[in-house]
Design a protein around this ligand. Structure first.
Ligand code: NAD
Ligand code: TYD
Length: 344
């Protein structure tokens, strides 16, 4: 099997972390470089089982640090780059948009410049369906790769901007790229600021679960391992310059998601607390994955099997999320949900 050097940015985060594990398991002949700044969302304890392996390397760096990134690329001459590193939480982008522009837009441009200097085989830019904006509630409308970009949050606007830069480096400089746009992920090591891990962790502590607005907004949920398999396929088989949407037709209202978890954990629905809606809250996301299916991808989990596996993981790995929610997280939570502090 051919040897390959793979740079994974954001490999200490949720999806990047799962992807690092997935690649280490599948490709023993690949050298995996995990580059991460270790922001609040990054943690390396998830990689304890691989950290002593000789084909795993961790590099602590900021993707906006041009000098460090260019010299790393010149030294290591990566074959593949899979770019996950980002600020990823919509609520934080409403409070502080600036860091989203810096990391997601400028950081991506630095990586593109570095990749352009060396003879790279593929640069996969991991984006999101949120760049397409929102759909109405008609169950027959979906995001395709040709849906216009109409991002509504500072987070999705920064991701759309980075997508356009990636596209331009392909068109202008011939950089071999793919852009993937996935729906909402869930699964092991999901940071408990996002809906599903927040709900599980709070319910396990018998705390109230904040549901924005009327809870009728719809998200299309995909298990993180199915996302990793899709990226692996696009990395190796995707036609250069192409965009691929990733999703498994698992649409649920937020209230359905929360009630499913409540029922699985045997808790009371009285723990649901409807709170003030998110500003600019997108109504519905739903992916048409036909293009990726034609490349040979299909998901292994549906929502029922995926959420059961995920809840079980959070039950078995309490020490991981307890260590997170006992730190700076509590300050974030109090600030974010302060309008309902008395009830939450
Ligand atoms: P995450 O917030 O869990 O992880 C992001 C990682 O990036 C962290 O480890 C963090 O330390 C690192 N990072 C942040 N700024 C950095 C910088 N300047 N330099 C180097 N590293 C930095 O995010 P996630 O949920 O795993 O998402 C990963 C990617 O997938 C993002 O690009 C996101 O837009 C995209 N995505 C996420 C979802 C989802 O449902 N979570 C869905 C589709 C696409
Ligand atoms: P989130 O997990 O933040 O992902 P995204 O905003 O990228 O879709 O939110 C998923 C949905 O859940 C979204 O419609 C907002 C909603 N939500 C709540 O109702 N309460 C919460 O506390 C959070 C974090 C999200």
């Amino acid at each position: 099997m051919t040897k390959r050097k793979v740079l994974v940015t954001g490999g200490a985060g949720f999806i990047g972390g799962n992807f690092v594990q997935y690649m280490m398991d599948k490709y023993s002949n690949y050298e995996i470089y995990n580059l991460d700044l270790l922001t609040y969302a990054g943690d390396l304890t998830k990689h304890r089982s691989i950290e002593s392996k000789t084909n795993y390397h961790f590099v602590k760096a900021d993707i906006t640090d041009r000098e460090a990134i260019i010299s790393l690329f010149e030294k290591e001459k990566f074959d593949y780059v899979v770019h996950f590193a980002a600020e990823s939480h919509v609520d934080r982008s409403i409070t502080d948009p600036g860091i989203f522009v810096r990391t997601n837009v400028l950081g991506t441009q630095v990586l593109l410049d570095a990749a352009k200097q060396i003879d790279i085989d593929k640069f996969v830019h991991v984006s999101t369906d949120e760049v397409y904006g929102e759909l109405d509630f008609k169950p027959t409308t979906f995001f395709t790769e040709n849906t216009p970009l109409e991002p509504n949050s500072p987070y999705s606007a920064s991701k759309a901007s980075s997508d356009l830069l990636v596209r331009s480096y392909h068109e202008t400089f011939g950089l071999p790229v793919n852009i993937t746009r996935c729906s909402n992920n869930y699964g092991p090591y999901h940071f408990p600021e996002k809906l599903i891990p927040l709900t599980i962790s709070r319910l396990l502590n018998d705390e109230k679960v904040p549901v924005y607005g009327d809870g009728q907004n719809i998200r299309d949920w995909l298990h993180v391992i199915d996302h990793c398999a899709a990226i692996d396929l696009v990395l190796h088989e995707g036609a250069s310059g192409e965009v691929y949407n990733i999703g498994g037709h698992n649409e649920k209202t937020n209230l359905e998601v929360v009630k499913t978890i409540i029922s699985a954990l045997g808790k009371s629905e009285e723990l649901i607390e409807f709170v003030e809606d998110r500003l600019g809250h997108d109504k519905r996301y739903a992916i048409d994955p036909t293009k990726l299916e034609k490349l040979g991808w299909k998901p292994t989990y549906n929502f029922d099997t995926g959420i059961a596996q995920t809840i079980d993981w959070y039950l078995q790995n309490k020490e991981w999320w307890e260590q997170i929610i006992s730190g700076d997280y509590q300050e974030y939570f109090d600030e974010q949900y302060k309008f309902n502090k008395s009830s939450i």
